[in-house]
Design a protein around this ligand. Sequence first.
Ligand SMILES: [Zn+2]
Length: 465
Amino acid sequence: MVSAVATQLLNSSPVWLQNCAISAYGWQLRRQRYGGEFHSIHAELERSDRYSTAELAELQARLLRSMLSHAASTVPYYRQQCTLDPARFGSMGAEEMLAAFPVLPKSRLRAMRAQFVAATAVATVDIQTSGSTGSPLKVTTTSAAIRRNYAFFARFLGWHGVSPFDESATFAGRLFSASGRGRNTPWRRNAAMHDTLFSSYNLSDAHIPAYIRELERRQPVFIDSYPSSIYRIASFLKSGGRQHQIHPKVIVTSSETLLDSQRETIEEVFCCPVRDQYGSAEMAGFIAECEHGRYHVAPEYGVVEIVDADGAPVPVGEMGELCLTGLINPAMPLIRYLIGDVGRLSDISCACGRHAPVVESIEGRVDDVIITPSGRHVGRLDPAFKGVTGIRESQILQTARDQVVVRIVSDDRSQVNGTGLISNLSERIGTDVRITIEFVGSIDKEPNGKFRSVKSLLPKTHQVN
Ligand SMILES: [Zn+2]
C-alpha cells in the first residue's frame, strides 16, 4: 500500500517523524478497518457466535449460496468452471453446491489472477499477501470486506477479554531501518491503534533488553506476534532467569505454525495464555483458538474442507490439505482454494459451548511437512526436541525424499544430544530417511520475516495441470 520510494524516504527520516507518519497512516487504516459498519458487523458476529449447529449450518448455506451464485454469474473464471446452472443452487445443500466447482490450486490463481475479479466489483482495494513461498499475490477486495475481516479478528480478541483498541504490541515482518537519524530503536508507534510495532528482524541478544524495557514501559494489554518472535524474547528471559514486568492478558499468534514447545515457554514466561489464529490475506478462511485452546472455524467467514491429493474430501479426523471457500469477499471470490496448509477436522464438542466446527490441528504448510519415501506426510516434529538441551534455534530441512538435515544453532554444541535427537526424529519420520545434523551460526528467516521450523525443498504438489 505504501510505495517502495515512500518507504525508503520514511526509513531515512528521524524516528519522531516516522512515528507521526506511521500514526497518520494508522488513522487511515483504522477508518478503513474499524470505521463505518464495523460495529454492526461485530455485533452480528457476537450473536452468531452462540448459534446452534443447525442455525450455523443454515446461515452458512445461505451465505454460500449467495457467494457461489454471484461467482458463477459475475466472475470470468467461475462462469467457465461452474458445472451447474446457478439457478439450481436454491434447492441444494452446501456439499452439493461446492461439488459443482473444481479445487483451485494456488498456482492456478497466481497464473490467472485477473480472471477471479468479479465484473461487478467497484471501489476495490488491492492487498498483497506476504508471499512466504514464491512471489506475493495481489488480492482484490473492498473496504466493506476488510471491515468484516477485522470484525472476525475483534470477535476472536473478545473471546480472550481484549479489544483491538486496547494498548498492544505487534511483532511482525516489518524492517525498521538502522539508518534512521535520532534515537535508533527497532520499533515505531502507531498512536491511532495504541500499538507499538516491533520489528521481528532485530531480535538479537544485543537488542532484546531494549525490547523488554519498551514492553515494560508500554504495558501492552495484548501482544500480537509471529510465534518465533515472542518465543525468542520468552526464551531470552527464561534462559537468564530474568525478572520482568510485562503482563499481557493474552498473546495472540498467527502466520507461522505455533509449536507446542514455543507455546509452553511463552505461557510460562508471560503467565498468560497463547491463542493462535489462522487466517489468510486471500480472505478465504478464519480459524482461531477459543478459551479452551481449540481451533474453531468461523463458519460465517468461510467453508473449510479437508481434501486428499486428488481434491476429494477426506473423512473427519484424517489429515489432508485445507480447501477453503471464502464468504466475505465478493470482489474476488475464491472457491475450494488449496491454500497450501495441512490439517485435520475433528467432531469433538468443545467445552466453550460454541458449535462452530473444530480443526484438530493445523500442521503447517504443505511444504512445511516431511514427505517420506512411502508418501506419508509427517508434520509437528517439535516433540522430537523434547528433552534435548543446548539448542537455541533449529530447522528441519528436507533436501531429498530420503534425506533430512537438522540445522542447529547452539551456544554449546557439547550439550546437544545429537544421537538422541536423530533417534527421536527417526521414530516419527521412519528409518528409510537419512537424518544428519549440521551446526550453523544462524538460520535465515524467509524474505517476509517468518521463520520456518520445517522446510521442504521437494517440488510442490498441485501444479497447474
Ligand atoms: Zn471452543
